[in-house]
Design a protein around this ligand. Structure first.
Ligand SMILES: [Zn+2]
Ligand SMILES: [Zn+2]
Length: 427
């Protein structure tokens, strides 16, 4: 559909990025007007860090705030008590734009990953997009998804398994970084699991032949993984810790347990690695006469960045939101800054719908998960940058609602990306 706006293409302006300049200004000024209110919410979260699945205060704060703005809010959604969903619409439309808000902190370190800023930028996007929808009666829906337990626990994995994001057209969010900005986060697919070996206890000196040694089994598995490590891709990694492997040397251990972590370039590569790892555990169990059980944690898929959305985000940043070209990395930049080795459960969203998780610099001197990043995440500077990122996401969200051709491009890029990864999706 098309809507017309006053001032479109007038006043001899340079060409607008996507939306007409009147509309980008309206969005930016709505967000700027809400800045001090958003700063209050930001600091409330930053000052009261809550770890995974315990984010009661942040969930209450944000869900009540959206309710007060007239949004339709539900808490305890998609399998998690501290998750929420807030929806806004002024007229029915075909497309739904989702913004994810994270708000979990790290044990001991507080908001050292800056998830208070993710919440802030997402609320900013919600404020900007809804102001434009109200003003121009733009059809469609904006959803804010409160997504707990990113650090560990795979909140979005759980929510996705309960049907979250199925009715969305795109999913957008941000993350703070120490000293660079880019619309494209590069993460690895990651899967942790626990192995439990069950053997048979026996007197180690009097009747060792009666025993089945679970300690031996886990050591064999540990060593098997070490040998496999020689034959895996440079982009893959395997980490292991043995947690328990017996109590006393005069008893054959009947139980052993360890935690293991696999990472790979993307989800299909991770699945291939997993199929090489499982027989190592089965083999170790068979060789020792033990049995083994593997308990798979939340899968963190790699983030598939939608370059059509990323490109539009960059253009808004440079043309409309005052960021200098040299201060935002090209989405295809392959420098070390552009290639992070961590994982994000946003990857799971990016396999359900097209999306981006844009990164913005907060001028921190150290990486996330450090005390200095925690400090930087509470500054005015970081707040302003969260708003700027939130503005860009508000604008690309409105592009999705308003511009059918643009959305078709976004969607077809994503369908291709999923086909390349062997995932069947609805076109
Ligand atoms: Zn983190
Ligand atoms: Zn984080």
């Amino acid at each position: 559909m098309t809507l017309s706006f006053k001032g479109h293409g007038s006043e001899g302006q340079t060409e607008a990025t996507g939306l007409p300049r009147d509309l980008t200004r309206l969005v930016a000024s709505a967000i700027d007007s809400a800045s001090s209110e958003l700063r209050r919410l930001n600091l409330e979260i930053w000052n009261n860090p809550e770890v995974r699945f315990k984010e009661e205060r942040a969930c209450k704060l944000l869900s009540e705030w959206f309710e007060a703005q007239g949004w339709t809010v539900k808490t305890g959604v998609y399998g998690i008590a501290t998750a929420f969903e807030a929806r806004f619409s002024v007229a029915p439309g075909e497309r739904t734009v989702c913004y994810n808000a994270e708000y979990d902190a790290l044990p001991e370190l507080g908001h050292a990953c800056g998830h208070n800023l993710i919440a802030t930028s997402t609320i900013a996007s919600a404020v900007g997009a809804s102001a434009a929808m109200k003003e121009l009666q733009i059809p469609g829906t904006v959803v804010v998804m409160g997504t707990p337990a990113e650090e560990t626990g795979g909140g979005k994995y759980i929510m996705a398994n309960h049907g979250a994001w199925k009715d969305c057209s795109v999913v957008l969010m941000t993350h703070a970084m120490p000293d660079f900005s880019t619309p494209r986060i590069v993460t690895k697919a990651s899967w942790k699991f626990r192995a439990k070996f069950y053997g048979k206890a026996a007197h180690a000196a009097a009747a060792p032949w009666d025993g089945k040694n679970a300690c031996d089994a886990i050591v064999m598995a540990y060593n098997g993984l070490g040998l496999l490590r020689q034959q895996i891709q440079k982009t893959e990694s395997i980490q292991s810790v043995i947690l328990e492997a017996g109590k006393a040397p005069n008893i054959i251990p009947d139980y052993a347990e360890g935690n293991f972590s696999l990472r790979a370039f993307d989800s299909p590569a991770l699945e291939r690695l997993r199929t090489r790892v499982i027989p190592i555990f089965e083999g170790a169990a068979a060789a020792t006469g033990c049995t083994v059980e593997l308990f798979w944690d939340a899968l963190y898929e790699d983030v598939v960045t939608n370059l059509t959305l990323a490109d539009r985000y960059t253009k808004y940043m440079i043309n409309d939101l005052g960021l200098k070209r040299e201060n935002i990395l090209d989405p295809l930049d392959q420098s070390s800054k552009g290639n992070q080795n961590g994982s994000s459960d946003f990857g799971n969203c990016s396999y359900i719908q097209p999306g981006i998780q844009a990164l913005f610099s907060i001028n921190a001197t150290d990486m996330p998960h450090t005390p200095s990043f925690q400090k930087a995440a509470g500054t005015d500077y970081a707040h302003e940058e969260a708003l700027r990122a939130g503005k860009a996401n508000a604008l690309i969200g409105l592009d999705v609602l308003l511009d059918e051709e643009f959305y078709k491009q976004v969607k077809s890029e994503w369908v291709e990306a999923m086909k390349e990864r062997g995932r069947a999706v609805e076109e």
